[in-house]
Design a protein around this ligand. Structure first.
Ligand code: G6P
Length: 370
């Protein structure tokens, strides 16, 4: 087992560090094109895309958070109405899906019982089903009408990390493809978004040696608390959910993700010196100023605040107690960068508390029962 860890203390840390490569593999040659941008034309034919008027994502756990980001991407890059549901909820509701709807099931394993049941339910209602999985030949792939494979390689750590980033990259490319098929994306946004994606592997690779120590230091501080609130907005709200999920899964610290604008409708009641806040306050966001005032509200309740802050930022740095720097990137691609320090934060908190991040209690890598 030690040999398989390739010199890392845990699979989780190895898999987190593999993300630049995973992004590279998932992008592959797909983003290069001459006339038309058609990266998934084999997997999902263009005429099917053109006949679809709505998307319904179904997924569980970390894959569900990828789907929430997928909704932003589909709306922004493909102008496609979109909803997202937990597979376990979708399967028992009267979901209004039909043959003008593409149900997209996201599942790294392709074996999650609830997601398979949701796919079957969607099919029964006449919807097309596209499965996005990391496992060739999985049940989801076999049962779906269409399949796209992510290129993360085998993930051993129970908490999903590199499979999440590979799902995200797939969703960017898929949304761009759908926007192109439907002619609802401009050439400018297409080219721009592709160029941002192409930069990711190199910038992530540079990230690790630069910031690992800072993240470890902060994780040690916050591992002393029993509860934590993660807040983010817009496309980074699902990243806050994912950061909180990672922390609770492997360190057993209670953490909740919240859209920062909702804090005043309840969670702000929890804020005091015993409940710190992790804020995603990266500079490119349209809601950047708003998140800064949410941070001020937390500070005035004497909560300790650690924030994800863009390199070069001069405003947010003055408001917070602890800083996790991330590259200053356009908002649309920021989730790929922002999730990495949150994975590492959870990892180091778990290790500091002597919990095994690879095998958290009560959790399974793939949940094949309801
Ligand atoms: C389990 C795992 C999670 C995962 C979820 C969904 O709960 O512990 O890490 O996100 O299942 O798995 P899937 O294979 O469907 O993505």
């Amino acid at each position: 087992e030690d040999a398989e860890k390739g010199g890392f203390d845990h699979f989780m840390l190895k898999e987190i560090s593999e993300q630049p490569l995973v992004v590279q593999e998932t992008i592959g040659q797909r983003v290069f094109f001459e006339n038309e941008f058609e990266p998934y034309k084999e997997e999902l034919p263009k005429d099917i895309v053109r006949g679809i008027s709505r998307i319904c994502f179904v997924a569980c756990g970390t894959s569900y958070h990828a789907a929430l980001i997928g909704k932003f991407l589909m709306e922004y890059l493909a102008d496609m109405p979109c909803e997202v549901d937990y597979s376990s909820e979708f399967r028992y509701r009267n979901a209004a899906v039909n043959n003008s709807v593409l149900t997209i099931a996201i599942s790294q394993s392709g074996e999650t019982a609830d997601t398979l049941a949701a796919m079957r339910e969607a099919k029964k209602r006449g919807s097309y089903v596209l499965a996005i999985t990391n496992r060739l030949g999985s049940t989801a792939n076999r049962e779906a009408d269409f399949s796209i494979l992510t290129r993360a390689g085998l993930e051993i750590g129970v908490a999903a990390t590199k499979t999440f980033t590979s799902q995200l990259v797939t969703l960017y490319i898929l949304a761009l493809y759908m926007g192109s098929c439907k002619r609802s994306i401009s050439k400018k946004i297409l080219d721009e978004t592709l160029s941002y994606l192409l930069e990711v592997p190199k910038r992530l690779e540079e990230y690790f040696p630069k910031f690992l120590n800072d993240i470890e230091k902060s994780a040690k501080i916050y591992s002393g608390y029993k509860n934590m609130i993660f807040m983010g907005r817009g496309i980074n709200y699902p990243v806050a959910l994912e950061g909180a999920l990672k922390l609770k899964e492997i360190s057993y610290i209670h953490a909740e993700g919240y859209p920062a604008g909702e804090m005043k409708h309840g969670p702000i009641a929890l804020l005091d010196p015993t409940t710190p806040v992790l804020a995603i306050a990266t500079r490119s966001a349209v809601t950047y100023e708003k998140v800064l005032s949410n941070i001020e509200e937390a500070k005035s309740r004497r909560s300790r605040v650690v924030a994800l802050i863009s390199e070069g930022d001069k405003d947010a740095v003055n408001l917070v107690n602890d800083i996790l720097y991330v590259p200053d990137v356009p908002e649309i691609v920021s989730p790929i960068y922002n999730v990495v320090p949150l994975q590492l934060f959870a990892y180091y908190a778990a290790v500091w508390l002597s919990r095994d991040p690879d095998k958290p209690r009560n959790l399974a890598k793939s949940v094949t029962v309801e």
